[in-house]
Ligand binder design. Structure first.
Ligand code: PHE
Length: 449
C-alpha cells in the first residue's frame, strides 16, 4: 500500500523512531520521576523493565507494522487469520496518540514561550519564576494559544509532507542537533565540579531501599510512554521500513538513544539543581519551568544561552514526538477513505486543535472549572486516560496478538534470522507471558493498591 518512494531509509527509520521516543517523556517525566523517587534505584528499575518488557513488546509492535505494511487497522485485518474485523478494531487505539498530541502540543507551546523569554531577563528567584509560570498558564491565555497554534501548524505541516520528505527529513537534522545541544550543556555541567558529581551520584549510585510496588508501576508506565507504545506509533513507522532491515539492531539503537538522551537530560538538570541547592523532588513543570529557569538567571548571559539551548532541545524533542502521534491516524484515513494527505490532516487537525484549546483552558483561571472531567483538569484527564489506560491496554492487546494470533513462522522469518533460534524462542515466550503478566500485575496493583 505504500509507494516505493515513501519508505524510510534505514538510518531515517532509526532517527524517526528515536525522535518519536525521545520527547517530553525524557525531558520532563524522566527527571521528575527520578527526582521524586530517590534517583538511581528508579533508573535501575526503569532499565530492567525497558529491556525485559518494553523491548519485547516494542519488537512485537514493529513486527505488526512490518508484516502488515499498512496502517495499524489494515495491518491487523490483514494479519489476523480469523475474526479479522474484531482484531482490526484494536487498531483504533491509535486515537490515543491523537489525544496525547492535543495536550502534548500545549506543553510544547509553553516551551516555545520560554525560548522567547530566554532572550530577555529570566526570573531571578523561585517565587518570581513560579509566578511567571503560574501566570502564563492561568492568566496569559493569549500567549498560550498563540504558542500552541504555532507548534500545531509546524507539526501538521511536517506530517503533510509525508514520510520521506517530511518526517524523515526533519528527524535527520533535528535529532543530531538535539544531541549536540545536549552535549554542549553536558560539557558545561562538568565545569560545576561538585554539582556534577552529586548529580552523577544521585543518578548512578543505587539505593535499593527506595524500590516499592508503586515505583515499579511508575517505571513501567514511563518505559511504555517513553517508547511511544500501545497507540500505533511503532507499527505505523515500521510499516515504512525498507526490506531487509535488521529490526533487532534498529530497535536496540532506538532504545539506547532513548535511554542515553534521558540520562543526559537528567545529568544536566540535576547538575544545575545540585549546584544551586534546589529541591530534587520538584514535580514536572516545577523542575523545568521554575527551578531551572531561576538557575539559568543566576548565570547572566551564559544562562540565557544555556536556557535557549535547553528549551530548543526540548522543542525539538517534542516536535519529533508529536509528528509520530499524528501520522498513524492520518495514514489510516488515507488508506481507508482514499483521502488526500491534506484532507486527512485537516480532519485530524480540527479535532486536535479543539481538544488542545480545551486543555489550555483547563489551566486558565476564569475557565478552569468548566474544563474539568472526573475531578481533573481536561489536561490531566487526557494524560491519565492515555498514559495509564490506553497505552498499557493497547500494549497488552498488541502483545497478545503477536504472541497468540500472528503466524509464528512469519515472525521467525522477520526476527529469527537476526537473533538466532534460541533468542527467538525466548522472545516469543516473553511476549506471550512476561509482557501481559507484567502489565496486568501492575494494572491490578494500581486498582487494588
Ligand atoms: N515517547 C514520547 C515521549 O517520551 C511520547 C509519545 C507517546 C510519542 C505516544 C508517540 C506516541 O515524550
Amino acid at each position: 500500500m505504500i509507494g516505493a518512494n515513501d519508505k524510510f531509509s534505514k538510518i531515517g527509520f532509526v532517527l524517526a523512531m528515536a525522535g518519536s521516543a525521545v520527547g517530553l517523556g525524557n525531558a520532563w517525566k524522566f527527571p521528575t520521576m527520578v527526582g521524586n523517587n530517590g534517583g538511581s534505584a528508579f533508573i535501575i528499575l526503569y532499565l530492567a523493565l525497558t529491556f525485559c518488557v518494553a523491548f519485547v513488546a516494542f519488537l512485537g509492535e514493529a513486527a505488526i507494522g512490518k508484516l502488515g505494511e499498512s496502517d495499524l487497522v489494515h495491518s491487523l485485518f490483514k494479519l489476523a487469520p480469523k475474526h479479522k474485523k474484531q482484531w482490526s478494531l484494536a487498531g483504533f487505539f491509535m486515537i490515543g496518540a491523537v489525544l496525547i498530541a492535543s495536550f502534548y502540543m500545549v506543553v510544547i507551546g509553553w516551551i516555545l514561550y520560554y525560548i522567547i523569554i530566554s532572550f530577555g531577563s529570566l526570573p531571578a528567584d523561585t517565587s518570581a519564576a513560579g509566578a511567571l509560570f503560574g501566570g502564563l498558564i492561568s492568566s496569559d491565555i493569549t500567549s498560550v494559544v498563540l504558542c500552541f497554534s504555532a507548534v500545531f501548524f509546524v507539526v501538521f505541516y511536517i506530517v503533510s509532507r509525508g514520510i520521506k520528505n517530511g518526517i524523515e527529513r526533519l528527524n535527520i537534522w533535528m535529532m543530531p542537533t538535539l544531541f549536540v545541544l545536549l552535549l554542549l550543556m553536558l560539557f558545561y555541567s562538568f565545569t560545576f565540579g561538585e554539582g556534577f558529581l552529586k548529580a552523577a551520584q544521585f543518578l548512578f549510585v543505587p539505593n535499593f531501599s527506595k524500590i516499592s510496588g508503586e515505583l515499579v508501576l511508575q517505571a513501567l508506565g514511563l518505559a511504555f510512554f517513553s517508547l511511544s507504545m500501545g497507540v500505533g506509533a511503532v507499527p505505523t513507522y515500521a510499516a515504512s521500513l525498507p526490506d531487509g532491515t535488521n529490526l533487532i539492531k534498529s530497535t536496540l539503537s532506538i532504545i539506547f538513544i532513548n535511554i542515553f538522551i534521558g540520562l543526559m537530560m537528567g545529568l544536566v538538570v540535576f547538575t544545575f539543581i545540585f549546584a544551586y541547592g534546589a529541591d530534587t523532588a520538584q514535580s514536572g513543570p516545577g523542575l523545568i519551568f521554575v527551578s531551572l529557569t531561576t538557575l539559568f538567571a543566576k548565570l547572566g548571559i551564559v544562562g540565557n544561552i544555556l536556557a535557549i539551548c535547553f528549551f530548543v532541545s526540548l522543542l525539538f524533542a517534542g516536535i519529533t514526538s508529536a509528528i509520530s502521534m499524528i501520522e498513524p491516524f492520518a495514514f489510516y484515513l488515507i488508506n481507508q477513505f482514499k483521502f488526500t494527505r491534506a484532507k486527512a490532516l485537516v480532519l485530524i487537525g480540527i479535532f486536535t486543535y479543539i481538544l488542545g484549546i480545551f486543555s489550555a483552558l483547563s489551566f486558565y483561571a476564569p475557565t478552569a472549572d468548566s474544563f474539568s472531567l472526573f475531578g481533573k483538569s481536561v489536561f490531566d484527564a487526557l494524560d491519565y486516560l492515555t498514559s495509564n489506560i490506553m497505552m498499557p491496554v493497547g500494549a497488552i492487546i498488541f502483545s497478545f496478538f503477536v504472541g497468540f494470533v500472528l503466524n509464528k513462522e512469519a515472525l521467525n522469518i522477520l526476527l529469527g534470522r537476526f537473533m538466532g533460534r534460541a533468542f527467538f524462542e525466548l522472545w516469543y515466550f516473553a511476549i506471550r507471558y512476561v509482557v501481559p503478566v507484567a502489565i496486568c500485575a501492575i494494572g491490578i496493583y494500581q486498582i487494588v493498591g
